[in-house]
Write a new protein. Structure first.
Length: 156
């Protein structure tokens, strides 16, 4: 089962202020890598780097190190064609532009699951199912203290 990771899951893996979510995110990432099922996009890599620096979760060298490591796995490159199809998805399904590009990248990579806290759990786009990895276990019962945004002023 191929799993596409949204930016928020990667960011939570580095967030010491959210230990429950950090642990769940790290386990999800490690399992996917071990099973050669870890997929993300150039957009996600850029958003991760920018978000961890803006929230001061990592030093720039640490963030770059993780981007390098994750880049050795399956990365969907954001092309003009992906952008156009993502914008069509945005219009057809009332998704934010950024979420639509992530969904389209996951579809293009033939992923079974897109792991995201911010998209509707259980929603399907063809063969792709959205799953919130934080709904299982104790993290689902914790109050949301903060959300990580990936764009200036745009929560994810």
């Amino acid at each position: 089962m191929r799993r596409f990771f949204d930016t928020n899951v990667l960011v939570y893996s580095q967030d010491k202020s959210e230990p429950g979510k950090a642990a769940l995110a790290r386990v999800s990432i490690e399992e996917a890598i071990a099973q050669d099922a870890f997929v993300l996009s150039t957009q996600v890599l850029l958003e991760f780097y920018a978000t961890t620096l803006r929230h001061k979760l990592l030093h720039p060298r640490e963030a770059l190190g993780l981007v390098r490591f994750w880049s050795d796995h399956d990365v969907v490159v954001t092309t003009p064609d992906l952008v156009l199809r993502g914008l069509e998805l945005h219009q057809e399904h009332s998704l934010s532009v950024w979420d639509a590009l992530i969904v389209q990248a996951a579809i293009d990579a033939r992923c079974d699951v897109l792991l995201s806290e911010d998209l509707q759990h259980g929603r399907r786009f063809g063969e792709l199912t959205i799953e919130n990895p934080f709904l299982e276990g104790h993290a689902a019962h914790e109050p949301r203290r903060k959300r990580h945004s990936t764009k200036s002023g745009e929560p994810r």
